[in-house]
Structures are given as C-alpha cells and as structure tokens.
Ligand binder design. Sequence first.
Ligand SMILES: [Zn+2]
Ligand SMILES: [Zn+2]
Length: 348
Amino acid sequence: MSLTVEARFDRASERAGSRDASSATRSLGTRVYLPACAITAAAAALIAIGWSTRWGGADFTGTLTSLRVVVIGPATLVILSLLLIAERLWPAQRRPIFARGYRHDVLYTILNATLTLPFVAALSLSFAEVVRHRLHWLTFPRVGWLPHGLAIAVIFVAMDGCNWAAHLANHRVQALWRFHELHHSQEDMSVLTVFRTHPFVHIVYLVALVPGVVLIANGGLSTTLLVAYAGEVALAHSNLRLSFGPLGRILVSPNYHRIHHRLEGRQDVNLGFALTIWDQLFKTAVMPTRDTVAIATGLPGRPLRVEHGAPRPHHLAVFVAQLVAPFRPLDDLDDVSNRGADARTFSP
Ligand SMILES: [Zn+2]
Ligand SMILES: [Zn+2]
C-alpha cells in the first residue's frame, strides 16, 4: 500500500517537474528566440572542441592571417577601392557619396575586419578538425590519376555549390533566416554590402569547407583563388549596371544578384555566390532585364530595424539592434515606428 502511494507521489512529482521544466522553457521562449540560441550554443561547442584539440595541430595564427589576406588584404582592398570608384561612374542607382546605407555598411566592414575574422578562423579550424578526425571516412586519399588542376577546379565548383545550398537553407529555415535577413535589409546596395552579415551566419557556411577537407590530399585552394572568389562576390553586390553579357549565364553579375535583394518579389532566387549554374540547375535563376537593373532592394515591411527607419540614422543603436535581433522572440514586434515607416521615407 505504502509503495503504491509512494509510486503515485513519484509520478505526480515527475509530472509537476516536467510541467515546471516546460513552463520554464515556454517562459524563456517568450524572452528569446530559442532556435537562434541553440545555433549559437552549437557554434560554442564546436569551438570548444577545436580549442581542446589545439585546432587539430593547425596553425591558428597562420589561418587567421590567410583569412585576413582574403577579406581585407592588399589585393582585396584594391578590388574594393576600384569597385567603389566604378560605382560612382556607372551606378545602378545614383546616390550621395556618403549615403546612409554606405555609412552603415562601414560598421559591418569594421566588425568583419576585427571580431568576425578570428571567430570564423576558430569555427573553420574546429569544423575541419571534426570532419578530419571524427568523420575521417569522409576524406579521400590521394587519387593518383586526378590532375592537380582538376582537383582544384572540383573543390572550387563544389565549394560554390555548398555556398549555394547553405544560402538556400538560410532562406528556407526560419532559424537561419533570422541571421541572414540582416544581409537583405540593405536599401542602398554597394560593394560594402558584402560585409553586411551577422557573425553567426558563418556557421551555416562551414559546409563550404567540406569539399576542401574531403579532397585535401589532392590539393587546396590558393589564397589568390580565394581572393578572386571574394572579389567576385563583392562585385556582385556593387551598385553597378553590369551584367557580363554572355558570361552572365555562368558568372553572378551585379544585375543578377540585385534581383536576389529585390524589395518586391521572391528573394529565394539567384542564390549563387560566384556561379549561376546552381540556380539554373535547380530552377531558382531569374535573369536580369532592363527593368531589374535598378530595382529597389530591402525587406518588405522592415521586420528588422534599419538605418533608414527614422529621420536620423542612429547608426550605432541600429547596428546593435540588428545584431541582437535574431535572438529576439518572433512576436517581439515593438519596433512599430521602424516597421511602419515607408521604405523610402528617410534618405539619404
Ligand atoms: Zn539571401
Ligand atoms: Zn547579397
């Protein structure tokens, strides 16, 4: 008898315990967006693994230096400067030289050059270490008959395909979209918009490292090739009237990528980074026309606070709000003033 009572008591307290736990989760869920927190926790766990294994013996400083060369090295800075000049000469949309969106993207450029780079270096080394040593069946041995140049080409094309797939996931999975929507919030597209990204968006793009890790015994992408890749992605964001002619069937041009950022119409099209082949293969390509060259860009209804949303830009406050936004609960729409403002009310 007493055993039965105790068992009932245990079950009752178990139910009460699970009710407490679920109501605590619900209560936490009203204050933060839990899936975004889970993604951040996964990144922290990954970096903890990398840290504990000393990055699998890889050179952290060397990796960070290579990343710096690709993102803000001399060649990249020359490319960015030339594109900034070209934007003044052949703009898709004519704007003041210090337009709001440009000033705001400078903040993201600084963020990328300072905090994001070491974060991405730690993430990349940790991910490569996990794939190499815990998923070692994924890595290919040296293939004798595969020419070095062909191996490089395969890694390059496969990396671009992985970036396309990760980009598609950013648009189709809500938790990922919350980190990616910042990139789409730009209403003054320029070459610096390539830097307008949330630091945690890089977690999903780790998948682009897989081809390089799988084929590491057969070759690796040189820094020069990665600088060219970064330059092409930056060019695609520039405020230029440029479609590359027949080459635009293969390479992502500014006219092509602008359609991906359009204010009206589906944005989960033209997802390619450097190559348009993936969009054509999976029927997500929309080729530019005379009408799309200078179309408006941004997010309909401004779900994210933007620098254009008030008479004054409040760059720093907006910058912080944008970085915090993915962690805010979905129904947290207290930025009524920002959401209600018409997309073109305040500029430059
Ligand atoms: Zn996108
Ligand atoms: Zn973009």
